[in-house]
Design a binder for this molecule. Structure first.
Ligand code: SF4
Length: 305
């Protein structure tokens, strides 16, 4: 079976796990292409206006897989327990996709991670394996290998980002969800822009996920969304070692808008630039703001020498 994986949202967090899991069960995977204007426009066409830019892009990526695979994988990830709530879009993603593409030549497969309903991640993947014709042992084995591969790649990523802290140039912690940071059309140009200004971007997803939950408490104890707590954990981990912080948010993101406001009020010892990404104006104006932000940091740094 050829399984399509939309290159959006949790793809950037879990693609190693997903690709390994399906491969171990003998299936081929294909990811949708990197985001471009056509995919962005397709996403806007299929999504309702109220969707955030990141989930609009997701629908563009689903549409790009039509006719290219036997089934498209869209997980439903509701929560990792009562303290691990996800943004509601991840809970609704499978149903939204199935409804949006009703009548299209797309079959969907899913897995349901919902600890509050006693469905932990391992069980969700075993059920998915069973639905694809694997035995319970085969599915369990595939999940264990996939989880180990994901863990290894994540640890390598953390080491790579931590190594950048030894660079003498200006270092900027870029705080955003991985699907925004690494998207070719919305986040990557900002990363490249920072590098072109002779500064070093450090990505906020380079944290041990459990440790980040604990570290987040030093900034705020009342954030319900697990992924936003990870972002706070990244600020707590890196903020003494960087010269500035960029908050990268897709419009209109409810969790980020509330949490960013709180970050700006509470983190006073580092300059913060709040960048809101919107499909309407793309990155227009962002380059200028980025340049001014890094220039100010550079002037201040030189003045202190
Ligand atoms: S956290 Fe924000 S950007 Fe991410 S899916 Fe939810 S609304 Fe969209």
């Amino acid at each position: 079976m050829k399984i399509g994986i939309p290159r959006a949202l949790l793809y950037y967090r879990y693609h190693v796990l997903w690709e390994t899991f399906f491969r171990e069960l003998g299936h081929e995977t294909i990811a949708s292409p990197h985001t471009n204007k056509t995919l962005m426009d397709a996403g806007s066409h299929y999504a309702i206006d109220e969707n955030c830019l990141s989930s609009k892009l997701f629908f563009g990526h689903v549409s790009a897989l039509e006719g290219k695979c036997d089934a498209v994988f869209v997980p439903r990830i509701a929560n990792y327990g009562k303290d691990g709530v996800m943004c509601s879009r991840f809970e609704a993603l499978y149903d939204m996709s199935a409804n949006t593409f009703r009548g299209h030549e797309i079959n969907f497969i899913t897995c349901n991670v919902d600890l509050q309903q006693k469905c932990p991640e391992a069980q969700a993947y075993i059920m998915l394996g069973l639905s694809l014709g694997a035995s319970e042992n085969e599915a369990k084995d595939a999940y264990q290998k996939a989880y180990a591969a994901w863990q290894e790649s994540h640890e390598k990523h953390i080491q790579e980002e931590e190594a950048k802290l030894h660079d003498d140039r200006i270092k900027i912690l870029v705080v955003g969800h991985s699907y925004n940071l690494y998207d070719e059309y919305i986040g990557k140009p900002i990363m490249k822009g920072i590098e072109q200004l002779d500064a070093v971007p450090i990505c906020s997803d380079a944290v041990d996920l459990k440790q980040a939950q604990t570290d987040s408490l030093t900034i705020c104890k009342a954030v319900p969304w697990i992924m936003n707590r990870e972002l706070l954990g990244a600020i707590s981990k890196y903020h003494n070692d960087v010269d500035g912080i960029i908050l990268l948010t897709a419009f209109p993101c409810g969790p980020d808008s509330m949490v960013n406001e709180m970050i700006i009020r509470r983190i006073k010892d580092r300059p913060i630039l709040n960048l809101l990404l919107d499909s309407q104006d793309g990155n227009a104006g962002i380059e200028t703001r980025l340049e001014s932000f890094i220039d100010i940091i550079r002037f201040r740094k030189e003045a202190r020498l």
